[in-house]
Design a protein around this ligand. Sequence first.
Ligand SMILES: [Zn+2]
Length: 201
Amino acid sequence: MTVFPAESARTVLSPNRRSRPTFLLIGCAEMEAIPLPPESRFARPIVCRNLGNVVPPCADPDGGVAALVDYAIRVLEVRDLVVCGHTSCSAIHALSNAQAFQGIPTLSSWLRHLRSALNGFDFDPGRTSQAEIGLQLAEANVIGQLHHLHSHPAVLACLAEDKIRLHGWLYDDATGAIRTYSPEHCCFTEGAVVHAATTAS
Ligand SMILES: [Zn+2]
């Protein structure tokens, strides 16, 4: 087996630099659109979609997400990595109906990555409706998956060298608006409504 050094991998795997993605978006498979904010650094995504916009932690690799993260960082050299959840996420609803999925072992197993992300999560007692609780869980899942991203060595190394930026978004399926996570304030803030969104593929 031949192991290519990093520069050779860039030549082999990404020959067409004109179409090089500008950022990695890890989103939920059921999102009906891929949000594209107007900033040029978010012009062309390389997209990883799975149920619940999951980033399995490095110690529990699953589904090839880690390989795509490494590819995006080390080969495509993207500078922005986004975990994007959405407001009507079935994976979030599935968490509270685990009994219904006991006959689907692959799904039950996959949901462990959401439980891990939500470990230690505290409900805001001010949010009492099912919709509010679901929104709060979707937000917490984005934050938890960002924590999972931090477990990957390539991400840690690039963060230490200030080569990449991590972002948490929550896409509103009804309005197209993005709320962005602010680590400084530990909350999501209202963002611009995103009009330029690609249709799901
Ligand atoms: Zn979803």
